[in-house]
Design a protein around this ligand. Structure first.
Ligand SMILES: Cc1ncc(COP(=O)(O)O)c(C=O)c1O
Length: 442
């Protein structure tokens, strides 16, 4: 170690960045040093309009006063409390508040630190639930093609994004996948939920018969698939999945890591679509991205099934050192208060029509082969450059950033999901920028 420590990031090599083109980034870094409300500040002093709520998480906007104060106060008062066999009031208070906005009968909250951990927790809960009920033969897990459920082994096993799976061996056994619901030939440029594709849920019947329904524990799907490039559920699809799960006793897990906390204009996608799962995995918007925290919201029936046996015994051998961490819980409370004060859990509903019209105004722009939207989510799919998939969208991302706008790309799809505080003028700005970028790129 040198005797003096220079905090300037003059060497970028040590940090192996996640889901990043490391060499490209380090040649030409995009360094953020500040953020407030709808904007980031770059190290060069430029303002960047946040069109993606960070990574789909900063739903309340940046550096919101109640969240900042809650975190500052909490770290000074109680920085850490053991998560096992001890408690602190804010973790209970936050769980109650989450339960109060969750669908009826979903009153129990298991804390994690991320969406990936929420997914692992939900999958393990499903397996353990069937076992404690004496139905231990239910061990299979069903996911979906193009699903994203984080990056841990359970999540990539039930997930269906090939790039996230192909390096990592055989993954979990006993997993099968529903087909994805992307039908561009019938549904391209649909506004909101597409008309075609509910029948794809019937594949769950085939899977049930193939493995025998009594071997299947749970089905996990994103109500709106986000990270794969925004796939909106066809009308009637989620209802049909729920029906088949009920018919055979499969638990239904909605991965609400991006749809939770107001993204569609209701607290959860379960409310928006009127389909109630047995568990919901959440993270991101729970603390508006400020402190890592996730939560699995569990039905009373599942929770209560564990509450048997001698009372001094641990009911569920699962948890994390930071489950319900005091500073994270304070951030969660500050966030839910901010949402409540400003009506943010339903604000996307009032912006959705405006958002939809603006987004679809890009339909005749160069390279655009599809546009999809729901709530305050949008996707513009571009024709890939032959032989160089992802390059066109990545160029759009770089150009937008140069112009002061943060967009996100996955494959050749531009995905937008701004903080829920965005104004209509800022929506105009963001879409106009994307329009100009589309005209400019090759
Ligand atoms: C639906 C879904 N599940 C899980 C995750 C994983 O969350 P995390 O990155 O916090 O582990 C994500 C992240 O984007 C997600 O979109």
């Amino acid at each position: 170690m040198p005797d003096t420590y220079d905090p300037a990031p003059n060497d970028l090599s040590s940090f192996w960045m996640p889901f990043t083109a490391n060499r490209q980034f380090k040649e030409n870094p995009r360094m953020l040093v500040g953020a407030k409300d709808m904007h980031y500040d770059t190290i060069e002093g430029h303002k960047i309009l946040d069109g993606t709520a960070g990574l789909w998480c900063v739903n309340a906007g940046h550096a919101r006063p109640k969240i900042v104060k809650a975190v500052q106060d909490q770290v000074a008062e109680l920085d850490y409390a053991p998560a096992f066999q001890m408690g602190h009031p804010k973790a209970f208070e936050l769980a109650n508040r989450i339960a109060s906005i969750a669908p009826e009968g979903m009153n129990h909250v298991f804390y994690t630190n991320s969406g990936s951990e929420s997914v692992e927790t939900a999958l393990k809960t499903a397996l353990a639930y069937h076992k404690v009920r004496g139905d231990a033969g239910r061990t299979r897990l069903i996911g979906r093609e193009r699903g994203y459920h984080g990056v841990n082994f359970g999540g990539i096993s039930v997930g269906g994004i090939v790039a996230n799976r192909k390096m990592f061996g055989t993954l979990l056994s006993g997993v099968d996948h529903l087909p994805h619901t992307h039908l561009p030939e019938q549904n391209a440029f649909t506004k909101g939920q597409p008309d075609h594709g509910a029948h794809l849920a019937d594949d769950l019947e085939r899977i049930a018969q193939l493995h025998d329904p009594s071997t299947i524990a749970a089905v996990i799907i994103e109500p709106v698939a986000g990270s794969t490039g925004v796939l909106i559920p066809p009308k009637g699809y989620l209802e049909r999945v729920r029906e088949i799960c009920d018919k055979y006793g499969f638990l239904l897990i909605f991965d609400e890591v991006i749809t939770g906390f107001g993204r569609l204009g209701s607290p959860f996608a379960a409310d928006f679509f009127g389909v109630k799962p047995d568990m919901m995995t959440t993270a991101k918007g729970l603390t508006s991205g400020v402190i890592p925290m996730g939560a699995v919201i569990v039905s009373d029936e599942i929770h209560d099934a564990f509450m048997h046996g001698p009372e001094h015994l641990i009911e569920f051998f699962h948890g994390y050192t930071y489950s319900g961490n005091p500073v994270a819980a304070a951030a969660g409370l500050g966030t839910l208060e901010t949402y409540a004060d400003e009506g943010l859990l339903t604000r996307a509903a009032s912006l959705a029509d405006y958002w939809q019209e603006k987004l679809h105004s890009l339909a005749d722009h160069p390279h655009v082969i599809d546009i999809r939207n729901i709530g305050l989510i949008g996707a513009v799919e571009l024709q890939p450059i032959e032989g160089a998939p992802t390059r066109r969208a990545f160029s759009a991302f770089l150009k937008a950033f140069e112009r002061g706008y943060m967009i996100r790309t996955t494959g050749d799809i531009v995905a937008l999901s701004p903080p829920l505080i965005i104004s209509t003028e800022q929506i105009d700005e963001l879409i106009n920028c994307l329009g100009e970028v589309l005209r400019e790129i090759d």
